[in-house]
Design a binder for this molecule. Structure first.
Ligand code: HAM
Length: 420
């Protein structure tokens, strides 16, 4: 018989390990939910042109990494490689920018797909938690997002991450810089593909990891020297606000992100324990994206943190998340009659909010006890015919090892009292 495996570059999340992923999503979204961000969910696929126009025709994501498909109806779709274009599309479609005050603040959590060469920390299916603040040009908003991401990582116990910060300028100053950089790059001894990249997206060349290229880049014009007054003032206010919040960052003039929509503030969260896939999260301002996808001018800013890489970063630091056991009470029946009674008791416990599980199947006490131990339950409830004849069940505290007989009628109240 043929057996199937998860497709290349993907992996399954399986208990108990999967609980880490839930905890990470919870920790990242927590600060957002407490800061006025509303939850948004969009489809897993979109019109392919949304990403081509939004993320950028010349980016690796669009040219090489998209999973595209043509439906039976002839629509050209792509599995979403990122969340920002989708979220902005949805906000525009629902007229959120007209409905209430700006900015529209949204957070999301989901699966993303990129046809990349798989390696540790780089997968073809991965998950992000992200935030977008749409329709407002205010450095405090950029600062808020950076501070909230920092807070999320710290709440998880992560310490060895760094925040890299840059400004990419705006529609006024970046074209001037772009031209200056192109002039410089044309004079270098570069291979054909890099020269081509210099014509389409010269800033990406600054990001080239090869030493032979980096050597030649010494003395290249730097964007910092070309920023217009408005961009400079904006950037210095972002820096001031996050500094005042006690968030430590590094200025990185070479930080260029892999998506074309960025303007002004850009940042990346990197972790040094991850090898080459060191970016655990990233984001920035995208003041022109709305117009690029057919909307009105809506200056916006956001980020996405990678859940997979955050889990790897936690492991690299040896951080053990404090994940409480999912089950509080495990009930084990020793006779047919006890099965009915204890199954009823489990249902009652669950109704009152106590997490409870039951000894399913007809295995012996020993194997049921094993399951009870594995569940991490604080209490076990065991009952056989003799107990029921006396109207009691045996309640055992798995922490102290103490056991006593409790009247069946008092079980729910007793358990709740002891758990409290
Ligand atoms: P991004 O930098 O492409 O930005 O992705 C954000 C994070 O997603 C990365 O830092 C990484 O942790 C994770 N990630 C990306 N690709 C992979 C992969 N192949 N395998 C595992 N993890 C991956 C964005 O997606 C932007 N939409 C962020 C943003 C939001 N900018 C403004 N708003």
């Amino acid at each position: 018989m043929a057996t199937f495996q998860a497709p290349k570059g993907t992996y399954d999340l399986i208990p108990p390990y999967s609980a880490k992923y839930l905890a990470v999503r919870e920790a990242i979204s927590g600060p957002l939910r407490k800061s006025g961000y509303g939850y948004i969910e969009t489809p897993g696929f979109e019109d392919v042109d949304l990403f081509a126009r939004g993320v950028g025709e010349s980016t690796d994501i669009v040219t090489k990494e998209m999973y595209t498909l043509t439906t039976k109806g002839g629509a050209n779709l792509a599995l979403r490689p990122e969340g920002t274009a989708s979220v902005l599309r949805a906000a525009l479609e629902a007229n959120l920018h007209k409905a209430g005050g700006l900015p529209v603040k949204l957070w999301y959590s989901g699966s993303y797909y990129r046809y990349e060469r798989p390696q540790k920390g780089r997968y073809r299916h991965f998950s992000q938690v992200g935030a977008e603040a749409i329709g407002s040009e205010d450095p405090a908003l950029d600062a808020e997002l950076i501070i909230l991401a920092d807070q999320a990582y710290r709440s998880l116990g992560l310490r060895n991450f760094r925040i890299l910060l840059n400004s990419l300028g705006d529609a006024e100053c970046r074209p001037v810089y772009r031209e200056a950089l192109q002039g410089f790059l044309r004079g270098l001894d570069l291979d054909e593909e890099t020269l081509r990249r210099a014509e389409i997206n010269p800033l990406r060349v600054l990001d080239d990891k090869r030493e032979s290229v980096q050597k030649q880049l010494v003395g290249a014009p730097m964007l910092r020297d070309y920023l217009c007054e408005a961009c400079k003032a904006y950037h210095s206010e972002v820096r001031e606000l996050i500094t005042a919040a006690g968030v430590v960052f590094e200025d990185d003039e070479k930080l260029v992100r892999g998506l074309d929509y960025y303007t002004r503030t850009t940042f990346e969260f990197v972790h040094d324990g991850l090898g080459s896939q060191s970016a655990v999260g990233g984001g920035g301002r995208y003041d022109g994206l709305s117009e690029m996808i057919g909307g009105p001018a809506l200056p916006s800013v956001g980020w996405a943190l990678g859940v997979d890489r955050t889990v790897l970063a936690l492991e690299a630091e040896g951080v053990e998340l404090d994940i409480p056991p999912a089950t509080s009470v495990f009930a084990i029946a020793l006779s047919d009659e006890a099965r009915k009674v204890l199954f009823g008791a489990v249902t009652e416990l669950r109704k009152t909010g106590v997490a409870a599980d039951f000894s399913y199947g007809s295995k012996g006490l020993k194997s049921h006890m094993k399951n009870a131990n594995r569940s991490g339950a604080r209490f076990t409830v065991v009952a056989g015919e003799r107990d029921l004849a006396e109207g009691v069940v045996q309640l055992k505290d798995m922490e102290s090892g103490e056991q006593d007989a409790v009247a069946l009628a008092d079980l729910v109240a007793t358990v709740r009292a002891r758990l409290a």
